[in-house]
Design a protein around this ligand. Sequence first.
Ligand code: PLP
Length: 401
Amino acid sequence: MLQLTDRLHRIKPSPSSMAGQRVRELRAAGRDVIGLTAGEPDFDTPLHIREAAWEAMTAGKTRYTDVGGTADLREAVARKFRRENGLDYTASEIIVSTGAKQVIFNAVLCTVQQGDEVIIPAPYWVSYPDITLLAGGVPVFAPCKPENGFKLTPEDLERAISPRTRWLVLNSPNNPSGAAYTREELTALAEVLARHPHVWIMTDDIYEHLMYGDAGFVTLAQAAPSLKDRTLTINGVSKAYAMTGWRIGYAGGPAALIKAMVKLQSQSTSGANAIAQAAALAALEGPQDFIAANRAAYQARRDAVVTALNEIDGISCEAPDGAFYVFASCEGLFGRHTPDGKVIRNSDDWVSWLLESQNLAVLQGSAYGVDTHFRISFATSMTQLAEGIRRIAAAATALIR
Ligand code: PLP
């Protein structure tokens, strides 16, 4: 019989990946399913980036690269951090991996031992707890209240820190809530962190370029330079450059940590895909104007979805600061029941009812640590979004008080 490890039994498959797969299966079975689950841009990778990949192939850049990334790409990443974030990293302080996900995986596997704690503000991206569990660590959830814009307060942080804390994970703009921290909010968190020098900080900035309104993006090491020597600044090309399938992420951090991560990567995947690294180089160094164009399209969708959702009885949401998700409350529907008597008690019940009654797939907030909410991705066309909202309204109206 197949024997699986304790390590594997501690984790579950990624709920967002599973939801995407379920949508594909239901469609293959002939159901007219709309999926608002995608965690990826619906735009194509810009042509100049695809051309750079083609040129890399024809130029024979088809071999193993340095484990931590090609020198060209690491230098481009250093320039990106300087240009966009005001952060100085040398090439030995940068790693390129197979997606930001592998960066996080490497960092946690290198530093978290049995029983070590990782503070994860909730709502959170689904992979942080499970990567921690894989390493034998303990996810310590710090609930962030909707009335605080789903952001961690200095008091929440202080309460969550213990002598076993290894990391605080900060994700801004956040998946799923879209909340983005201001410079002042980061400075206030930094004051707490200054009192706890054993706590390192992982900032996941993957949605940096998807910020709406006038507030500019700020990352922690920029707001609090004194924390830079214990901060891992994580980013990647997946979301800003519509390159999810290319699988390139990167980070800047203290040289000793980066060296450890490269060592781990040398015994797992080696360097990231050579062609994709050439494409990522073109993304970081080439024209950036399409980012603003995509952002404007997302913002129009965000505004349409937020307005329409707030018109549905039992549902409410705030406009997210960034990313391409609306995290809406369905708490107003709890206690109502379906025509055949099933009571909606939590986000899972609501999301199942949407799929069953309206063929609409969204994600339950319980997967993100907040069971009163559900996540809608607006990285899809206005037509799909309008039909999705129509189905949400129909599913809510069909519930009986
Ligand atoms: N971090 C967050 C918050 C995400 O939402 C995602 C993808 O959904 C990732 C990281 C993964 O990024 P990558 O494609 O670079 O692995």
